[in-house]
Design a protein around this ligand. Structure first.
Ligand code: BGC
Length: 414
């Protein structure tokens, strides 16, 4: 008995030592492939390597992450999940329910995440009370970006209402400038759409329509007006918009070919990576109306075998939420830190506006999850809405027809 007990204790010690000694490995699936995005993810790769980790990169190009999510599904179905995956919002819960996520509570508890993350962000990272994802940032979605010189040359101020936006766009169009740089991809249409829902309907309406999926809100006169505005915006994009990547649309604003882009603040990451300065070369303002649409990037760890991979997951989770990474990564990415204790001293005016507006919105109940970026709804419901938004944007469908299709698509999506 004694011998046996001794043998067990010593083999446990060997096991523990080997897991501590294991060299951290991580295959990381993400969709950060544009200039600003690549610069941001490089920060994590460097820190991982500096801490003894070996990073295997699995980038899947495609803004908004639709292609990355398809690649993920294929890998999980093949029984070969990547170690760490850029995953967010309700999709984290959906994968948890499939029983394929690793529990990272030991890291979260050791690092005191509960003390440094706002409760609303922490809630997205927890699955039935355990920690199942690590947050990277807070991106704001409801932004307008503008070329400062183009606006000045045409005597235009940043619009504060949708009517002002339309008037500015008409003026620019008459002057031969493309008013709105847009990429005709479903997720980009959805991005513009949700800012119009928030702007024209207000925070309460947004919540009813795109979070609660209330049929009355979906078919309301307000939603008819939202589709009217989408039709108006369709008239402000150039004829080559179809299929264009979001970062190429940002480049059109940068080089003065177009005046505005409606896009989340990953667009700021592109401006910054190209050496442009906010307030001088480009302008930022929230899209017309009240409220704040948040989009929190995070990484979930998948249940994989091997001490080296588990060590990689623990190291990654720890680095991602650590203050140094949250500062440097977000300075490049265009977003703000998810942690509340990182100083914004080094951040630009757009980031400061974002942080202030987020605090105000959080107090007055207008801090809302982005449906277009997978924070508000499960995949089936979000997809049903986006299909209608895109079909409307790319056809001559009436607004009345669109709201009817919207309500039907949502009802049939469960
Ligand atoms: C992600 C951002 C990313 C953007 C464009 C968003 O859904 O949250 O991190 O930069 O898509 O790819």
């Amino acid at each position: 008995m004694k011998r046996f007990a001794f043998a067990t204790a010593s083999s446990l010690a060997v096991l523990a030592a080997s897991s501590v000694m294991a060299e951290p490995q991580a295959e990381v699936l993400h969709w950060w492939t544009s200039g600003g995005e690549a610069k941001s993810v490089a920060v994590l790769q460097e820190e991982f390597a500096a801490n003894g980790g070996t990073w295997t990169d699995m980038p899947v190009a495609g803004g908004g992450g639709d292609a990355a999510m398809t690649a993920l599904r294929a890998r999980v179905l093949a029984g070969n999940a990547p170690t760490a995956v850029q995953l967010k919002g309700p999709a984290i819960q959906e994968w948890y329910e499939e029983g394929v996520l690793a529990d990272i509570s030991n890291v979260a508890e050791a690092e005191g995440w509960d003390k440094v993350l706002p409760a609303s962000i922490a809630a997205h990272m927890k699955c039935e009370g355990t920690w199942c994802a690590a947050p990277v940032n807070v991106h704001r979605v409801d932004w307008i970006w503008a070329n400062a010189d183009v606006l000045a040359a045409n005597g235009i101020e940043m619009p504060t209402t949708w009517d002002e936006f339309n008037a500015a766009a008409e003026k620019l169009q008459a002057a031969g400038v493309i008013p709105l740089a847009h990429g005709g991809q479903a997720w980009q249409d959805a991005t513009v759409f949700e800012t119009v829902v928030l702007g024209l309907g207000g925070p309460e309406f947004y919540n009813k329509a795109l979070v609660e999926l209330d049929p009355e809100a979906l078919t309301s006169d307000t939603m008819v007006k939202v589709f009217d505005q989408m039709r108006t915006l369709r008239g402000f994009v150039d004829e080559n918009f179809s299929g264009r990547d979001w970062n190429l649309a940002t480049a059109m604003v940068m080089n003065g070919e177009a005046a505005f882009q409606i896009m989340g603040d990953w667009a700021k990451g592109e401006f910054l990576a190209a050496g442009k300065e906010p307030g001088k070369d480009f302008l930022c303002a929230s899209t017309p109306g009240d409220g704040y649409l948040y989009n929190v990037d995070s990484f979930a760890m998948f249940d994989v075998e091997g001490d080296d991979k588990r060590a990689g997951q623990e190291l990654l989770a720890k680095l991602i939420v650590a203050p140094k990474f949250q500062e440097v990564f977000n300075l490049n990415k265009g977003s703000i830190p998810a942690r509340t204790d990182v100083s914004l001293d080094k951040f630009d005016m757009c980031a400061k506006i974002s942080a202030e507006d987020m605090a105000t919105s959080s107090e007055n109940g207008s801090l809302l999850p982005s449906y277009a970026h997978g924070m508000a709804l499960r995949g089936a419901q979000a997809g049903a809405i986006t299909d209608v938004v895109t079909a409307h944007f790319n056809s001559d469908m009436s607004s009345q027809e669109a709201v009817q299709q919207l309500a039907d698509a949502v009802a049939n999506s469960y």
